[in-house]
Design a protein around this ligand. Structure first.
Ligand SMILES: Nc1ncnc2c1ncn2[C@@H]1O[C@H](COP(=O)(O)OP(=O)(O)OP(=O)(O)O)[C@@H](O)[C@H]1O
Length: 310
């Protein structure tokens, strides 16, 4: 658990993070969202003391971070940034091994961990271990950046716009991979993004910042249905609200008995996918399938009722 308690950062007379208080539950994803200059990166960096707070406290599992050396904290906490920040003259394997090496892991253990991570991120170790970062595509470099951040099996992973430089297709794959890995390792993730769509998709909770202040800290559902201020509503985009609500729920929860015409949709699809398919094909209901078997249907009426605040 990360408890952020009235944390404040000022540079000279300018307050860039202003008395922010929030608690991030273990094994959850907290997305920090806001416009440029709102203090997101500064807030994130105060968690691993890359930036020292001016006042306030941060506790990790009850322990005040000021009681731990900053370098120890940074070895314990994974950190991945936009543009991945890989060391250009070190191989992929050496990049991933950075923190294990600092922690004094032996060679075999480190090599085994690098192999495990390369496989996890679908980068064939035989092919990629000895390449230099510049010999990889942007998406592959980004995966190495996240692999490096996870190398020493941190409980906490801080991510600053990790997918910012990726094209939409690779980005969405990278987001899915991250969620899979997060569930597998139960990592607590704090992720900075300026993209509300990404925050809604990845966050169990979303922290909305503006001018150094925390405007709202709530679930995606609550942020969309009950934005705390007009600024939060603006960030979501009023016209987008119904679709964003639909994107949070999966078809599986809303299956009705009966059948419908045409191609089925899988139970794992989002209600937004189902809605798009209904509109596109001009149908009022879709058959729903699970492992290739039709198990019921989902109707336009049901989707409409779910696209409103509950
Ligand atoms: N070392 C520093 N010295 C002085 N001002 C700083 C310093 N670091 C950040 N700031 C200022 O603090 C404010 C918040 O910066 P921060 O990088 O936290 O914002 P952000 O929300 O992450 O923005 P972006 O999305 O553009 O990265 C900005 O106005 C920035 O200019």
């Amino acid at each position: 658990m990360i408890e952020i308690d009235a944390i404040t950062k000022s540079y000279d007379q300018t307050v860039v993070v202003d008395h922010v208080t929030l608690t991030i539950e273990p094994s959850s994803v907290c997305a920090v969202v806001g416009t440029s200059g709102s203090g997101k990166t500064t807030l994130l960096r105060m968690i691993n003391r890359l930036v020292e707070p001016t006042s306030g406290a941060i506790r990790i599992d009850g322990e005040d971070t000021r009681n731990t050396h900053a370098y120890e904290l940074r070895r314990k906490i994974g950190y991945a940034i936009q543009g991945h920040g890989l060391f250009p003259h070190r191989s992929v394997g050496q990049n991933i091994a950075t923190v294990p090496k600092l922690l004094g892991w032996d060679k075999d253990k480190t090599r085994a961990r690098v192999t495990e991570l390369l496989e996890l991120f679908q980068l064939d170790p035989a092919q990629f271990r000895d390449r230099l970062p510049r010999e990889l595509s942007g998406g592959q470099q980004q995966r190495v950046g996240v692999a490096r951040a996870l190398a020493a099996k941190p409980n906490i992973l801080l991510m600053d716009e990790p997918f910012g430089a990726l094209d939409p297709v690779i980005r969405s794959k990278a987001q899915e991979d991250l969620l899979t890995i997060q569930r597998q390792f139960e990592t607590t993730i704090v992720l900075v993004t300026h993209d509300m769509e990404e925050a809604i998709h990845l966050g169990d909770k979303i922290a909305v910042m503006d001018e150094g202040k925390l405007l709202q800290f709530a679930s995606p559902q609550q942020i969309i249905s009950k934005p705390a201020t007009p600024f939060v509503a603006e960030l979501i985009g009023t016209g987008e609200r119904p679709f964003k609500l639909l994107s949070l729920a999966r078809v599986g929860k809303f299956v009705e008995p009966g059948s419908a015409e045409g191609d089925p949709i899988d139970i794992s699809a989002t209600l937004r996918d189902a809605y798009a398919e209904l509109l596109w094909s001009g149908r009022a209901a879709l058959p729903v399938s699970e492992k290739g078997q039709v198990i019921g249907k989902i109707t336009l009426d049901q989707l409409s009722s779910h696209a409103r605040p509950q």
